[in-house]
Design a protein around this ligand. Structure first.
Ligand SMILES: Cc1cc2nc3c(=O)[nH]c(=O)nc-3n(C[C@H](O)[C@H](O)[C@H](O)COP(=O)(O)O)c2cc1C
Length: 322
């Protein structure tokens, strides 16, 4: 019977699903579901036309930087198209501005974002959870500190936030290219208590300073404890848990042995193969990099004529910090 349903195509499957839930096949819920299914079908067709993912493990290319060689005061030498265009001012809180416009704007404009793949469990340890977050960043190394932005959700909020509040512990795992479909599967809005570990097919590995497991497939995992949670109830919609920013301090690092140097102070990019989350549903690979060395004032001001002239014109003493 199941096979028969699948063989008849998505529209037929959808109407069976709606009927099984006694949802009208013509009402507004059905229209929403059908719209979503149609969008997904079109997206599947589009994906089918694309070239295959390049699994060749081609070494990451290293080039010169975009404006190399660059001198002080030069700004952008190699101008890209559009740099002379005007900017449009937008008030994120304007009455006619949709919240979803801000969402799409921010995820496409603040890109690429790293993905923190967060493992948590409930206070009583009975429920495990795994979910990706790209409102995520390391914010310092001493102490090793991280932030995660967790968006609103109806009821008690996202499972990750509930667990972080209850247990105060987590493991932040990195996401490499090869993991992305499994990681994405864990972002499904599964009911509280459904284990995303099983859904994803990813494997648990033991942690030592916190209870939640780390992800075996991740090159780098960070056991961490919650140091603060800041909620924004003033923006919450009725019946929705508010947005929260969680501060996490690392208590242990786990690094895949072949992916780092001898003293575990550097992870190799070609082993990590990190993904950046971009706008829409897109992710970016890193296939090419360049170096831009950081300069020290003390070295530069004695060595570099432009900087020396600039300094004397601005009245600062050569060799002093401005
Ligand atoms: C790559 C990726 C990044 C995401 N980033 C965030 C994020 O930064 N904040 C957020 O609230 N949800 C984010 N989501 C959606 C959550 O993963 C999703 O809501 C998930 O169901 C939350 O799981 P939980 O309820 O089990 O905690 C992201 C989803 C994906 C696929």
């Amino acid at each position: 019977m199941e096979d028969e349903i699948w063989s008849k195509g998505p529209k037929f499957r959808l109407s069976c699903w709606l009927q099984s839930r006694t949802i009208s096949t013509t009402g507004p819920i059905a229209a929403r579901v059908i719209n979503r299914a149609e969008r997904l079908r079109k997206h599947d067709e589009e994906i089918a036309r694309r070239p295959e993912f390049d699994h060749s493990d081609t070494p990451i290319e290293v080039t010169k930087s975009p404006n190399s060689p660059w001198e002080y005061g030069q700004g952008v030498r190699m101008k890209s198209p559009g740099t002379d265009q005007a900017h449009k001012e937008i008030d994120p809180y304007a009455p006619n501005r949709q919240k979803t416009d801000n969402y799409h704007l921010l995820i496409s404009g603040i890109a690429p974002r790293p993905i923190g793949f967060i493992s948590t469990q409930s206070g009583d340890g009975k429920t495990k959870n795994l979910a990706p977050f790209s409102y995520f960043q390391v914010v310092d190394h001493d102490p090793p500190l991280f932030i995660v932005g967790i968006g609103p959700k109806s009821g008690q909020g996202k499972d990750t936030l509930c667990n972080l509040k209850q247990s105060g512990e987590c493991v932040i795992n990195t996401v490499s290219e090869s993991m992305i479909e499994a990681v994405n599967a864990t972002s499904i809005d599964a009911p509280y208590g459904v284990s995303e570990w099983e859904l994803s097919g990813l494997h648990e590995a033991p942690s030592t300073t916190v209870s939640p497991s780390r992800v075996q497939e991740s090159v780098f995992s960070i056991e961490g404890k919650v140091v603060d949670i800041k909620e924004f109830p003033e923006y919450a919609k009725p019946g929705m848990a508010p947005t929260a920013v969680v501060f996490i301090e690392a208590s242990r690092f786990w690094i895949r042995e072949d992916a780092a140097n001898e003293n575990y102070s550097h992870i190799y990019l070609d082993k990590l193969r990190p993904l950046g989350q971009l706008g829409g549903m897109a992710y970016g690979r890193i296939t090419s990099t360049f170096d831009v060395p950081r300069k020290m004032w003390e070295d530069e001001v004695t060595e570099n004529d432009i900087l020396r002239n600039f300094t004397s014109r601005n009245g600062a003493k050569v060799g002093s910090q401005v």
